[in-house]
Design a protein around this ligand. Structure first.
Ligand code: ADP
Ligand code: MG
Ligand code: MG
Length: 880
């Protein structure tokens, strides 16, 4: 049983002259914490208080009720707030209106609820009109309150309200509700009330304390709302964290043309560029902006594509506000030493800050910002590494548009989240779920709502026709690393006819479309992509990583192309060259199959002699590409079934291809067939029976080594299980070596991929220079689970909580890991200079790499594109 501490203080104040700020994001939530910090820095914050996250846990513990002590403290705080602001909650002369805001320890933008203008009812709206001498403003605020309360607390679909508003706007021929007349607002409110009545048979509370209590409960309840739950599972956030509730006096961005609301990032969240980036709406409240329902103006001229519209930028239109805002923004960034995402509102010329948090950003921006901040002296190298995740690197290496092709650009939206995505277009989350199983899909929406989060995760990319760069769609997409184009106005979504209309072009649901989230282009069809070139900050970043890691990172490669990719990412050499893969070329395959199928030693040698020059050419090319970097060449390890066909039709083709009678081919395949080829006649065993196969490979190896200037040769034996077996094969190697190239130095190693080899490490180690742990086969043989068949049932183990992770993805530390550790200890006890590394999938898995670092391995080898990821994982593990 967990010990429960007695909590006395449920609420924490901010925004008063006296400094009340204390607490931590885990107590105050990210938002409450940011407000408390800004408050203690003396920034202009509307006063208020935060109910701590324990309140949320208490709410659930008490069967979803707000306990009396919490409520008492809330009421007492409201009285203080009345004193501080000179306004009255539920009364006049100036009614106090509140913003109720959610906020968990980890920021979850838009995943939970926020309700503005609370405290308005049929009476206080009148008082507000009188007090401000602005009835239009008062009723505009009331309209917003009813809409939010109806939607969030009473569960009425939002589009019903939007439809009313759109209808009135169309009548008035207005682009934006900023201009709704008082009369129009009365009509809207009347219609809103009707919607609520027909939908629920009741009305929203006129009693402001009832409004308050219900809204606090709703915010606590939104912690377990579908979208918040999905967001948490996608982002590995603890369900126990809970949300805080921040209750704050309202400031009004909808009080005329000297009022506005906006967001601001201290650096560009998409590119990482060091310039302010943000958007704003005049005479509006913030929800409008983040919901993406209206497309706002950028704050800087730089952000506006057409020069004619440059005077719409905040810096042109409201230069004073802009300069105050940029000063505060820079101060905040310096204070937190992190890129900030700031929300602000201007009420009749006075600037208020409403939120600051570490901004979500694209992978590219993450790297650029971290490196820039290090160079600005704000953070050190270790901190840079902490801020970059392995999956950031993974995304950075995602493909971009191949510029050499001609593309048909249909229209242009805002470049909201970088990257290129092609997919068939669909309009609804349900379709995404169905189709994404088999095909890549693009989700096309007017705007995405936080409810779409699950389907956004499944889609290849997101395209919206409304909304700006700071709308939820864009923020969430950047966080997920999904390409996203927002606010593509020229596109009309015609749900009825199931097509998109772009100008005169109709694009039916299910056709292919491509978005380029780096440029905002919407492109017809599917396009070719290429791998990205590293940018300067990425190179600097990888240099840091190289400096801070201990383990060596190599690549698995058998072709010059793959090897070159590995080199471009700074691999330390090739850690695994699977020679059987070098026969996948059609010409070689044919000879190779003949070699396998023949039963006479002379003809086998004959085929091998023909294969030899080909193998030699391939080795030589690899050596030249490597220019002296080491290469571990694994002698042949073909599970025979991988090289022979099984379908009758393919058999006939094979017979024709290799010029054997079909009956003969069938007979031989029958004889060669194994019940369990993975545990069959493969690896070193093949060479025990047919030494001539390895002899051919060794001849090719040593001869090609003679023909290049520099080579660091490492020869590796697969699937061994005993010292005597190693000695037998070592003698064969030495014989060829002595005959062909006695002065060429080479290292000898074995794969440790059978439990018996691990158990025999002490006797095998003195015979060799290195162990390379083949974790795929070792996992397979340790668990006794075939990696091909395990897929079917390993998931059940995970779902039933019997296995933490798929052992073929993340190393099983207790079992397979223990064997590896034993092999290292015992191997080094008889050969202190023994080098030990990993090849196999786990060599590129960050969680496994952390384990390999902890048991002191010397290197990991992984696929060429994963080299940078493995390096970062190794460096992070080394800093732990
Ligand atoms: P989110 O977690 O989605 O960012 P917020 O609680 O920050 O939700 O609220 C969304 C928006 O509501 C803010 O960006 C801001 O514009 C507006 N808002 C929040 N608090 C206030 C306030 N005290 N006065 C005026 N507007 C507010
Ligand atoms: Mg916010
Ligand atoms: Mg193997």
């Amino acid at each position: 049983m967990l010990h429960k501490k007695q909590i006395e203080q449920w609420v924490y104040r901010f925004g008063y002259d006296t400094d009340y700020s204390n607490g931590h994001p885990s107590i105050l939530g990210n938002k409450g914490y940011g407000l408390a910090q800004m408050s203690s820095l003396g920034f202009p914050i509307p006063p208020g208080f935060t109910i701590i996250t324990d309140g949320c846990r208490d709410y659930y513990a008490k069967g979803q009720t707000i306990a009396q002590p919490i409520w008492d403290q809330v009421v007492a705080e409201i009285q203080l707030l009345e004193k501080e602001t000179g306004k009255h909650f539920g009364g006049g002369p100036f009614p106090l209106l509140l913003a109720l805001r959610s906020g968990a320890k980890s920021s979850m933008p838009g995943m939970m609820d926020t309700l503005l203008n609370l405290g308005l009812n049929d009476e206080t709206v009148q008082l507000l009109g009188h007090a401000t001498q602005d009835f239009r403003f008062a009723y505009d605020s009331y309209r917003r309150f009813i809409e939010m309360y109806g939607h969030i607390i009473m569960g009425i679909p939002h589009h019903l309200f939007t439809a009313v508003l759109d209808g009135i706007k169309q009548q008035d021929n207005l682009r934006h509700q900023e201009g709704l007349s008082l009369n129009a607002l009365h009509t809207v409110i009347d219609n809103y009330k009707k919607i609520i009545w027909t939908h629920t048979g009741t009305t929203y509370p006129q009693n402001v304390f009832e409004q308050l209590r219900k809204t606090i409960a709703a915010i606590f309840a939104s912690w377990n709302g579908a979208r918040a739950v999905t967001y948490r599972s996608l982002n590995h956030i603890d369900d126990q964290d809970g949300t805080a509730v921040t209750i704050q006096s309202m400031v009004f961005g909808n009080r005329g043309t000297d009022s506005l609301t906006g967001v601001l990032f201290t650096r560009n969240p998409s590119t990482g560029e060091r310039s302010l980036f943000g958007e704003y709406l005049i005479n509006a409240q913030g929800e409008e902006l983040v919901s993406g329902l209206t497309t706002p103006w950028p704050i800087t001229k730089q952000g506006i594509p057409s020069i004619q519209q440059a005077d719409h930028a905040l810096e042109e239109k409201y230069p004073l506000i802009f300069s105050q805002l940029s000063n505060l923004a820079i101060e905040l960034e310096n204070y937190f030493r992190e890129m900030q995402d700031i929300e602000y509102t201007v009420e009749q010329g006075k600037l208020w800050l409403l939120q600051t948090r570490n901004g979500k950003r694209s992978a590219k921006a993450a790297v650029k910002i971290a490196i820039d901040m290090m160079q600005e002296g704000k953070i050190d190298a270790k901190e840079v590494l902490k801020r970059i995740d392995c999956n950031h690197i993974e995304r950075l290496l995602h493909p971009t548009l191949d510029e050499s092709q001609t593309i048909e650009v249909l229209t242009q939206g805002l470049p909201a989240a970088p990257g290129v995505a092609s997919g068939v277009i669909v309009f609804s989350p349900e379709e995404v779920a169905a189709i994404s199983k088999t095909e890549s899909v693009l989700l096309v929406r007017p705007e995405t709502t936080p409810d779409d989060i699950g389907s956004m995760a499944m889609a290849a990319g997101i395209l919206t026709t409304k909304g700006g760069m700071t709308a939820h769609a864009a923020v969430v997409a950047r966080g997920m690393g999904k390409p996203c184009v927002c606010g593509a106005h020229d596109i009309t979504i015609d749900r009825q006819n199931k097509w998109l209309l772009i100008g005169q072009t109709k694009i039916p649901v299910g056709s292919w479309l491509t978005i380029n989230g780096t440029t905002g282009q919407v492109i017809k069809g599917k396009v070719a992509t290429i791998r990205q070139k590293p940018f300067p900050e990425f190179i600097t970043f990888m240099q840091l990583v190289d400096k801070l890691k201990r383990m060596e990172v190599r690549a698995n490669a058998e072709t010059v192309q793959d090897g070159a990719v590995g080199r471009s990412f700074g691999m330390a050499g090739i850690g695994l060259c699977r020679t059987e893969h070098m026969f996948f070329h059609p010409d070689k395959m044919c000879l190779f199959r003949k070699m396998i199928l023949t039963f006479s030693k002379t003809s086998r040698i004959d085929f091998l002699t023909k294969l030899m020059p080909m193998q030699k050419r391939d080795f030589k090319a690899l050596f030249q590409m490597l220019d002296g970097l080491p290469i571990t060449i694994r002698l042949l390890d073909p599970p025979l079934h991988e090289f022979l066909p099984s379908h009758p039709k393919d058999l006939a083709d094979l017979a024709l291809q290799i010029d054997y009678p079909l009956s003969e081919v069938e007979k031989r395949i029958e004889l060669l067939s194994e019940v369990n080829p993975m545990l069959g006649h493969r690896g070193a065993r093949l060479a025990i029976t047919f030494p001539e196969i390895y002899v051919m490979q060794l001849q090719a190896l040593f001869q090609s080594a003679l023909e290049v200037e520099k080579v660091a040769l490492e020869i590796m034996l697969p699937l061994v299980f005993d010292a005597k077996e190693v000695i037998f094969l070592k003698n064969i190697i030495e014989e060829v070596h002595q005959k062909i190239a006695p002065h060429i130095v080479y290292k000898l190693g074995v794969m440790i991929e059978l439990p018996r080899a691990a158990l025999q490490a002490a006797t095998i180690a003195p015979l060799v220079d290195f162990f390379s742990v083949g974790t795929n086969d070792l996992t397979q043989t340790t668990f006794g689970i075939s990696r091909d068949d395990g897929v079917k049932f390993l998931e059940d183990y995970q779902q039933k909580g019997l296995l933490q992770a798929d052992p073929f993805v993340t190393i099983d530390q207790e079992g397979v890991g223990a064997l590896i550790q034993m092999a290292v200890t015992n191997g080094r006890s008889t050969n202190p200079r023994l080098k030990v590394g990993i090849c196999g999938e786990h060599g590129g898995d960050p969680a496994s790499i952390q384990f390999f670092e902890s048991i002191g391995l010397d290197y990991v080898s992984t696929s060429p594109y994963r080299v940078p990821i493995a390096k970062l994982a190794a460096a992070k593990a080394n800093l732990l």
